[in-house]
Design a protein around this ligand. Structure first.
Ligand SMILES: Cc1cc2nc3c(=O)[nH]c(=O)nc-3n(C[C@H](O)[C@H](O)[C@H](O)COP(=O)(O)OP(=O)(O)OC[C@H]3O[C@@H](n4cnc5c(N)ncnc54)[C@H](O)[C@@H]3O)c2cc1C
Length: 254
């Protein structure tokens, strides 16, 4: 893990302090995603006493953990909807509670609505959790009309998103906007000369957080980092087809 960044101006080097020693470099490309992230907690009195194997899950891992259980899922994104549809044939019952519009894949949402799952949305949320040693039931309520329903459930999966934290990167002097590093989209350069960034950690107008865009940004960042280190280098080094073509031409003496 990278923990610190310092600069040796005399040697013109960056020093990255990690939990596995220091690394020296003339240029850096940061691809740290959204930094450290952890699931958003559900704000309900006493819910923490059911964490750690007593019914409340922030990371559902194995479908078998939910076999023949009454499961209540909170959330409306892909994780919540995918868990609901996946657990339908396994769990004894599946209830999904969501407070606004679904953000999950439309087709999956329709599958869920057409299924035997009990879906309470929009404007429904968890109000209280009940049980002694283990979770036994959850009270859900309608946020506008106020009526309440008590749902028997042994397992509560909370899938309401993640809280991201850039951690040590925040102190390195980057221009930060909404927990992301501002870059020049043409070069992927940050405001610190010699440091480039790519992927979910960057922002620029019309940025998409997708694998394909992140990979393309990384190519741009690396090529510009090379130019930063060696301004005489070619920005576009070509690709293997060009190299093979050149070799074939040389071999054929064309
Ligand atoms: C639920 C979900 C579904 C998605 N589905 C799709 C999809 O279908 N298609 C699609 O294109 N995109 C999808 N995405 C988006 C896609 O996952 C991201 O755009 C992509 O993973 C970003 O890649 P990245 O390399 O920038 O960051 P990441 O993949 O997050 O990688 C960053 C890495 O940096 C590490 N790191 C962070 N800080 C440090 C540090 N200080 N030191 C060392 N290492 C560090 C992290 O541990 C992590 O391994 C989805 C995202 C989510 C959350």
């Amino acid at each position: 893990e990278v923990l610190s960044l310092t600069r040796d101006d005399e040697q013109n080097l960056f020093i990255l302090g990690t939990n596995n020693g220091d690394h020296y470099s003339r240029s850096i490309v940061i691809c740290a995603g959204i930094g450290a992230f952890e699931p958003k907690k559900l704000e309900v009195d006493g819910i923490e006493r059911f964490e750690g194997g007593r019914g409340v899950h922030y990371f559902a891992k194995r479908t078998e953990d939910f076999r023949d259980r009454d499961v209540l899922i909170v959330g409306g994104g892909d994780s919540a909807v995918d868990w609901a549809t996946t657990l339908l044939p396994i769990a004894r019952s599946v209830t999904l509670v969501h407070r606004s519009k679904f953000r999950a894949h439309e087709h999956q949402v329709q599958n869920l609505l057409d299924s035997s799952a009990r879906v309470h949305f929009p404007d429904w949320a968890v109000k209280a959790v009940h049980g002694d040693e283990r979770l036994e039931a959850v009270t859900i309520h309608h946020l506008k009309e106020g009526h309440e329903v008590r749902v028997d459930c042994n397992e509560l999966i909370v899938a309401i998103g993640f809280v991201a934290d850039l951690g040590p990167l925040k102190a390195w002097g980057f221009e930060i906007q909404r927990n992301t590093i501002v870059v020049d989209p043409i070069t992927m350069a940050t405001n610190i000369p010699g440091i480039f960034a790519a992927g979910d950690i960057v922002t620029y107008p019309a940025k998409f957080k997708l694998i394909a865009t992140g990979a393309a940004e990384a190519v741009t960042a690396v090529n510009h980092a090379v130019i930063y280190i060696d301004p005489k280098a070619r920005l576009d080094p070509g690709h293997s087809t060009n190299i093979m073509e050149k070799r074939e031409r040389q071999a054929a003496n064309v």
